[in-house]
Ligand binder design. Structure first.
Ligand code: IMP
Length: 203
């Protein structure tokens, strides 16, 4: 079976991807499971640019190491807050200065939105996924979800800004939802659904 290699070291992200793509006829593997230790520098100005950069660099690495018959899936995602003119955007993972420090990132976001009214706390999560196969054929899809940044963290599930991202329709933050609920409406869930109908072109 062809391998789908997820270009990420974020365990929670990989779990979400595996759970949505569980019916796809591919063996979904993380970089770690493939013994690949490579850090792609995410210096693009858009989610699309970073997602493509990750996909292409990992494809090149795999080819150089004698691998074939694979598809690389690279997700680049983040949060855009209206009141902050789209911040943190492509800097979401390192908003506080330390890459992947979710607690510090959330603290900084709350500080930036201190005393900002509920109706001005609108935000969206964006996810761009690039798929590329060993022959260099590519597909890119995008998913978005709108929500509101709460005034304090609520819930334990998920990762990143999930405890602060409130969906009015559900009256819950992403961290208060089950994985299944989040995947149904999230930016990543929507992008992955699009992939399901396109992935045949790369197999
Ligand atoms: P990336 O791994 O470079 O794409 O960075 C994504 C960053 O955006 C994460 O570290 C989180 O801070 C944020 N992010 C992206 N997707 C989500 C999500 O589904 N929930 C919470 N935070 C997210």
């Amino acid at each position: 079976m062809k391998k789908l290699i997820v270009a990420s070291n974020n365990k929670k992200k990989i779990e979400e991807i595996k759970s949505v793509l569980n019916e796809v006829d591919l063996e979904v593997r993380s970089l770690k499971e493939e013994g690949i230790d490579i850090d792609v520098v995410e210096d693009g100005l858009t989610f699309g640019a970073n997602s493509r950069k990750k996909a292409v660099e990992i494809k090149e690495y795999l080819l150089k190491n004698g691998k074939n018959d694979f598809i690389v899936l690279a997700d680049d995602s983040g949060l855009e807050v209206d009141y902050l003119n789209g911040e943190p955007g492509v800097f979401s993972a390192r908003y506080s200065g330390t890459h992947g420090d979710d607690d510090a990132n959330n603290k900084k976001l709350l500080e930036k939105l201190k005393n900002v009214k509920w109706e001005d706390r609108k935000a969206k999560f964006v996810c761009v996924i690039t798929l590329i196969n060993d022959l260099g054929k590519e597909i890119a899809v995008r998913g978005e979800v709108e929500g509101i940044i709460t005034e304090k963290e609520s819930g334990k599930a998920g990762f990143g800004y999930d405890p602060l991202f409130f969906i009015e329709e559900y009256n819950k933050t992403f961290s208060e939802m089950t994985g299944e609920e989040k995947n149904k409406i999230s930016h990543r869930g929507k992008a992955l659904e699009k992939i399901k109908s396109e992935i045949d072109k790369l197999i």
